[in-house]
Design a protein around this ligand. Structure first.
Ligand SMILES: Cc1ncc(COP(=O)(O)O)c(C=O)c1O
Length: 415
């Protein structure tokens, strides 16, 4: 098969692609014996699943089931859902958005592919523009989402040490340069992989810079407010005409519904809709249909505040206890866990790379994610880049204990 440039770019093996295959194979082969702390799956929370099942039954009993599966929505996605969501967001955050400010996609990953390629890459005058990540490590799913090569740039963060065992990345504004080749500023908040929540003050400064250079600020809110609300620090959720806020139903427990939500000014929404019409005709209707009533009645708040948030807080507490039990006497620091469901461990002075540590843990049937790939666009000379691993702590107690024990034992051997 002779491949086009597009074909070559999108079929070549990426580090993270290989890793995800590895994790997928491990899951498929021996679900019961392996300790899976890799991957980005949300927890299967029984109470949440019961609620989704009830909503599906209500849809099946009503005529809406037929329209959910039997009709194409418009390219911006289901209107009733966009009406309910705009009303809800206006009430909750005192905004004044309309359904025309919302477009739906087949998941956030799909939203970012559209947004990055709408704004960056080769421009009509032949110049090239890039998406700026003000802080890396950043969500690895962005790294290969550009149609052209070299579409992203990022800035090494400042590291703030907290007590003996924690640290936090901060945006290094002194070294952050927005210039003519910057198409947009983009960050995930809470951040996958670190659990960082960029502060309101940092975000305000990024928004100011974006406005000054007349470029959008893209905020990936996949774990944030109002749903799934897996965020443990007190922060504001801001939106204005220059902000593109991306949300998703995945981390609420519905990754299979493939629903991404983009809140932006009407010009961006129209552009997203045009792309959607050409590339997928219409976005998936299932997630929108399932969520509309929950949003209209406000039941979404019970789902997030009484079920999802406490579940992840409980998981975090277990993981923190295990960190203190097994790792705190080793040269390991934990990124301050402020949101999402990942622990980001920095093994200061790790004698091998985190990729090699991943391989060694794999021999013990323990799967984590090595940190290298998340440092998108960061120089290899920064040793820190190969000293971090990510753990998904949305797992049961036994799995977490097995994992922390194995990491501690491996690190004791190495040090
Ligand atoms: C920060 C972040 N953004 C976007 C996504 C993509 O989510 P989805 O395409 O399932 O909406 C993920 C998935 O793990 C993520 O962690």
């Amino acid at each position: 098969m002779k491949l086009s440039n597009f074909g070559i770019k999108f079929t070549r093996q990426s580090g993270i692609g290989q890793l995800m295959k590895d994790l997928g194979n491990a899951n498929a082969k021996s679900k019961n014996t392996i300790c899976m702390l890799g991957g980005g799956n949300p927890a299967g929370i029984p109470q949440a699943q019961t609620l989704f099942k009830r909503e599906m039954e209500l849809l099946m009993e009503s005529g809406e089931f037929q329209s959910m599966l039997g009709l194409y929505d418009g390219p911006s996605g289901e209107l009733a859902f966009r009406e309910a969501l705009s009303k809800y967001l206006n009430q909750e955050f005192n905004w004044s958005i309309e359904p025309e400010n919302i477009s739906l996609t087949n998941g956030s990953q799909n939203s970012f592919f559209y947004l990055f390629n709408l704004l960056a890459g080769e421009m009509p005058d032949g110049s090239k523009k890039k998406i700026l990540f003000p802080l890396a490590p950043e969500y690895v799913g962005y790294a290969d989402a550009g149609l052209s090569d070299d579409m992203f740039k990022s800035v090494q963060p400042k590291i703030e040490l907290h007590g003996d065992n924690q640290f936090k990345y901060r945006v290094d504004f002194e070294n952050l340069s927005v210039d003519d080749d910057t198409a947009a500023i983009c960050l995930s908040r809470p951040t996958n992989p670190t659990g960082n929540v960029v502060s309101d003050i940092e975000l305000e400064e990024l928004a100011r810079l974006a406005k000054q250079y007349q470029i959008p600020l893209i905020v990936d809110n996949a774990y944030g407010q109002p749903f799934p609300n897996v965020i443990h620090s007190q922060t504001n959720l801001h939106w204005d005409e220059n902000t593109i806020l991306c949300m998703s139903l995945s981390k609420l427990g519905l990754p299979g519904a493939r629903t991404g939500i983009v809140i932006a000014n009407k010009k961006v929404t129209e552009a997203m809709s045009a792309l959607s019409g050409i590339i997928t005709l219409a976005p998936n209707s299932v997630g929108a249909a399932l969520m509309t009533r929950l949003i209209e009645t406000g039941d979404i708040k019970c789902l997030t505040n009484d079920i999802i948030k406490p579940h992840y807080l409980d998981r975090l507490e277990v993981a923190l206890n295990l960190f203190n039990k097994y790792l705190c006497n080793l040269p390991v620091r934990l990124h301050k866990p402020e949101g999402a469901f990942f622990m980001w461990l920095w093994i200061d002075g790790l004698p091998i790379t985190s990729n090699k540590l991943y391989e060694r843990l794999k021999q013990r049937d323990v799967f984590v994610i090595p940190g290298e790939e998340f440092f998108i666009g960061i120089d290899d000379n920064w040793k820190h880049k190969s000293e971090c691993i990510r753990i998904n702590y949305a797992q049961n107690n036994d799995t977490l204990e097995q994992g922390f024990k194995a990491i501690a034992s491996e690190l004791k051997e190495l040090f």
